[in-house]
Design a binder for this molecule. Structure first.
Ligand code: SAH
Length: 435
């Protein structure tokens, strides 16, 4: 939750994070600062697009924000739903199982998470899988994590596989780390989605798409122009936004012809990734669950920075703060809908309520007599579902194989009436009945 943090929220797994991120760097050379890197780039080749700026600041292999920071948790820059309560990941685990059942319980289940942070969501999902082993039967489950940050991958490995994981010998191996959970499930780490093997997969992306670079465009009297980042002519060490004087390739291709807003943000990289997800689901079966803050093609300027749970100027001390932009779900739908069926976005409150968060809370509260843990449970429930907190800021969006929502076919020409079974409702997006 990239906003002020309520002090009394339940935050599991923070101790490990601090220990790992505080370990001294083995590289003794002073690191070039991100600002110096950007200003020398701009001096030599001119202003950079906001997308280039965001990509450098967040994922530059040496000084990138995600590569070198411990950003999650009370002492980081923001906190996310899986870090607030284990219930969140448990309900996502139930969703995954329900989609695996809806697909006819295939023998292989690849669980693929994009941008796993500390690994808490995956860990809560796998705990549900362990508890519902009888439902999974003999299916073979594997976990595949797409993570650009080596530091975060070490933290995820510690949380998911203890000390069992190993780094690949060569730097260019597609699987750069691998290990095994305590229950014996294989876990592999990749830098890019492209490197994840094909096969029936359920993809999960929580607060991943908002971290991908966006292009920004401004409507002007002369037409759409791309917003760029330049050096402030009055102050050498300060950056400022400028509008490109003529069209760029992006401004000519990424803005919709019938666009009515005067300023738009387009996450081209998010579009490419969602197309890859859609193609994989169409070809190999599976589903994707994308959860993030966002809008349906209505907002304009949402690019912002977060540092220490406070808003931070996106152009000042680049690399020291998280940069983020709301996800445009209408754009993701446009990119995916020729290959898959899209559901949502629905609000986090609706999704969690439909998934049975209230029943789960009742069970946890019934089994918990410690007053301070009860208070934490109630406050984390409130944080996740309250419309004025995360309940209506965050949305769930899903990509499904077309067959998943197809109407049952009537078999013609037979005297006996035979119908294929009606598809199961998609959990979270429709209300589940507990009977
Ligand atoms: N899903 C987690 C973490 C969100 S932060 C949670 O909700 O708690 C964003 C995550 O995406 C981090 O793990 C970050 O390192 C990763 N990430 C950011 N850009 C990425 C990219 N281009 N490719 C792969 N991972 C990326």
């Amino acid at each position: 939750f990239r906003s002020s943090l309520a002090a009394d929220v339940l935050v599991p797994n923070v101790a490990n994070a601090k220990r790992l991120f505080c370990s001294p760097s083995t590289d003794e050379k002073p690191q070039p600062s991100m600002l110096r890197h950007l200003t020398s780039k701009i001096k030599s080749t001119g202003p950079v697009t906001v997308a280039e700026y965001m990509r450098e600041v967040l994922t530059n292999p040496v000084t990138g924000y995600y590569v070198k920071n411990n950003m999650l948790g009370p002492e980081g820059d923001f906190i996310t739903s899986p870090e607030i309560s284990q219930i969140f990941g448990e309900l996502v685990g139930v969703w995954i199982l329900s989609e695996w059942m809806g697909a006819g319980q295939p023998k292989q289940l690849q669980l693929v998470e994009l941008g796993p942070g500390k690994g808490s969501l995956a860990s809560d999902v796998l705990r549900v899988f362990g508890q519902l082993r009888s439902v999974l039967g003999g299916a073979s489950v594997s976990l595949h994590l797409v993570e650009v940050s080596p530091a975060l991958s070490r933290l995820q490995a510690q949380n998911l596989t203890g000390d069992s994981s190993q780094e690949a010998d060569a730097e260019d191996e597609p699987v750069y780390r691998s290990g095994e959970t305590a229950a014996g499930l294989p876990v592999s780490w990749y830098r890019r989605l492209d490197d994840v093997p094909t096969g029936f997969s359920i993809f999960v992306a929580h607060e991943f798409f908002d971290a991908l670079p966006i292009h920004k465009f401004q409507r002007t009297e002369k037409g759409w122009r791309e917003v760029m980042v330049d050096i402030d002519p009055d102050k050498e060490d300060q950056l400022r936004f400028v509008v490109a004087p003529s069209p760029t390739l992006s401004s000519s291709t990424l803005v919709q012809a019938d666009e009515s807003r005067s300023h738009v943000e387009v996450c081209a990289e998010g579009g490419v990734i969602v197309q890859q997800l859609a193609r994989r689901i169409a070809e190999d079966g599976g589903a994707a669950l994308i959860a993030d803050y966002g809008h349906d093609g209505t907002k304009t300027d949402t690019f912002r920075g977060f540092k220490g749970h406070q808003l931070h100027d996106v152009l000042s001390s680049p690399g020291s703060a998280d940069l983020t932009a709301d996800v445009d779900f209408s754009f993701l739908r446009r990119m995916a809908e020729s290959d898959v069926a899209c559901l949502g976005p629905v609000t986090q409150r609706t999704f969690l309520k439909n998934m049975g968060i209230d029943s789960r809370m009742q069970v946890l509260l019934r089994n918990c007599s410690d007053p301070s843990t009860r208070k934490q449970l109630i406050s984390s429930y409130d944080m996740l579902t309250n419309p004025s907190k995360m309940g209506e800021r965050f949305h769930f969006f899903s990509l499904l194989h077309h067959s998943r929502l197809a109407k049952p076919k009537k078999v013609e020409g037979l005297t006996l009436e035979k119908r294929s079974p009606a598809p199961l409702p998609v959990a979270g997006f429709t209300k589940l009945k507990f009977s």
